[in-house]
Design a protein around this ligand. Structure first.
Ligand code: FES
Length: 84
C-alpha cells in the first residue's frame, strides 16, 4: 500500500489542499487504485511557500493544483502497472 498524503496545513489549505482530497478520492476510485493507495491528510510539511504539498510514498510534489491531481494519479497507475 502506498501512502498519498495531502498537506492540510494552513498554507496548503488556502491554496486548495482540502478540496483536493475529494478530487484524489474520486480519481483513486475512477482509476481503480483504492486498494493500492491510501489517502491521508498530513500536517504542515514545512514547505508552505510551495503549497499545495503532497507526498506519494517517499516522493514529494510541490505547488500542486487541482489540474495536477488526475495526471498524477494516472502516472502513478502506470508506474504500478510497470512494477507488477
Ligand atoms: S501548510 Fe502545507 S507545507 Fe506548510
Amino acid at each position: 500500500m502506498i501512502d498519498l498524503a495531502i498537506c492540510v496545513g494552513s498554507a496548503c489549505h488556502i491554496h486548495g489542499g482540502t478540496e483536493m482530497i475529494t478530487l484524489f478520492q474520486q480519481g483513486l476510485k475512477e482509476l481503480e487504485l483504492t486498494e493500492y493507495v491510501q489517502l491521508k491528510g498530513a500536517f504542515c510539511q514545512n514547505n508552505c511557500q510551495h503549497a499545495v504539498c503532497v507526498s506519494v510514498g517517499n516522493r514529494q510534489y510541490k505547488q500542486l493544483t487541482k489540474d495536477d491531481v488526475y495526471p498524477l494519479l494516472k502516472r502513478l497507475k502506470e508506474e504500478l502497472q510497470w512494477n507488477t
